[in-house]
Design a protein around this ligand. Structure first.
Ligand code: PLP
Length: 422
């Protein structure tokens, strides 16, 4: 298969998006085409355009489209009710997914399932607050943890997400090697270790621009939090479940958090910790759907099995290295491509500014590559875990051609999907 695009947006997508804009209360400048299905790393829209998808439904489709293992799950449930009150009526899929998560999370023995990344974070904050009663929590500059009020309070990536909402008490740390020392200063300044309930961090910032924490920074933060008895929450909603070439990005750093979160690629939200870290009282945390539908639960477990069976962690490592190598070559040829970086298949580079980035993302779409923005001026590349060298070559070819086509001096920025996609 190859990308093949006639017009973006095509007439059907344009019409559909215009109608949706009128009625959708949460308009977030979606990609200018309407999803219709796909095959492997390629996505089709309702106008018949075929795109090479290097966004993976924002890290949510690790196996790409129309994967046989996922189709088998759909077939299994085609005659069954799929959405049940899972925390109360206990389907076996619930237990199976928790056990699957724990198998790939050595040193952890309990998980709580929800429906989204924000809920996974919300519950991580709640159980940490319960464990260590303080008066504030700390997060990092440009962090993104979700849009529910608790998670949002510790999010710092875009003003539009926070403006006008109440916030929980939060302190912010720099996302660089000075962070451990600044955390120590903060603890002293804010009245001592008793006052700090938790520190929450993404090892690779997602929405903040695919910024990769250094080993010194992550280990330093772990040390200061451990020395002071402060729970460390690692948010793996975007970086987790194999994308970086390890099941969890924190494994690259040789550290263990007290709590971590997953969602996106897992298909449901999960808050993972030691059983003793969760509240003892029944119903102190709960949720009606509690892990979403039976299909989502079964998909999560199937995705974990498939990643293991098909050695996709290795593919994320190898293809991540190959993509980064090809990006460095591209940067050698086009001076617009700045600072290529990556951990496994969480890869990015920068353009001069937001205008140039947004313009480039739109032009890529018209040439058949889905790649979305992150942070102020970064392009992120996160193909499905089963991506091949040939598909990476095709993506690099599209970027090469697009970089050459754009008149950079005239690249005018208008608000685009690149700004808001999460
Ligand atoms: N945490 C991180 C690191 C994320 O990247 C996201 C979403 O992009 C979230 C939390 C929130 O997840 P959701 O959009 O499923 O609520």
């Amino acid at each position: 298969m190859r990308a093949k695009v006639t017009k973006v947006p095509g007439p059907k997508s344009r019409k559909m998006l215009e109608r949706l804009k009128q009625v959708n209360g949460g308009w977030a400048l979606p990609l200018p085409m309407a999803y219709a299905g796909g095959e492997g790393c390629y996505m089709r829209d309702i106008d018949g355009n075929v795109f090479l998808d290097f966004a993976s439904q924002i890290a949510s489709s690790p196996l790409g489209y129309n994967h046989p293992a996922m189709n088998a799950v759909l077939k299994r449930y085609q005659h069954a009710p799929v959405k049940i009150a899972g925390q109360d009526f206990t389907p076996s899929e619930h237990l199976e997914l928790i056990e699957s998560i724990l198998k790939i999370s050595p040193g952890f023995n309990a998980a709580f399932l929800t429906n989204s990344g924000a809920e996974a974070v919300e519950n991580a904050l709640k159980i940490s607050m319960r464990k260590k009663r303080g008066i504030y929590g700390a997060s990092f500059e440009r962090a993104f943890h979700g849009r529910t009020l608790g998670a949002l309070s510790y999010t710092n990536s875009k003003i539009v997400q926070k403006a006008g909402y109440w916030t929980f008490p939060a302190q912010r740390l720099p996302f660089d090697d000075s962070a451990p020392a600044k955390l120590e200063d903060m603890i002293k300044r804010e009245g001592g270790k008793e006052n700090l309930s938790f520190v929450i961090i993404e090892p690779v910032q997602g929405e903040g621009g695919y910024r990769i924490a250094s080993k010194a920074m992550m280990r330093g933060i772990r040390k200061v939090t451990a020395d002071n008895g402060i729970p460390l929450i690692i948010d793996e909603v975007q970086s987790g479940l194999g994308r970086t070439g390890e099941w969890w990005a924190f494994e690259h750093y040789g550290i263990k958090p007290d709590v971590f979160t997953s969602a996106k690629a897992l298909q449901v939200g999960a808050t993972v910790a030691d059983k003793k870290f969760f509240p003892e009282e029944p119903a102190a945390i709960s949720s009606t759907w509690g892990g979403g539908s039976l299909i989502d639960l079964a998909m999560g477990a199937t995705i974990i099995d498939t990643i293991r069976r098909d050695k996709l962690l290795l593919n994320c490592q190898r293809m991540g290295a190959y993509l980064l190598k090809r990006l460095h070559e591209l940067a050698g040829k086009h001076r617009e491509v700045l600072n290529p970086r990556g951990l496994g298949l969480m890869v990015a580079f920068d353009l001069a500014d937001k205008k140039a980035r947004d313009h480039f993302a739109e032009a890529l779409l018209c040439n058949g590559l889905i790649a979305i923005g992150a942070g102020q001026n970064s392009m992120r590349l996160l193909p499905p875990y089963l991506v091949s060298e040939e598909e990476i070559d095709e993506a690099i070819g599209i970027m090469d051609r697009t970089l050459a086509e754009i008149e950079w001096g005239a690249a005018h920025g208008k608000p685009s999907h690149a700004e808001h996609a999460i």
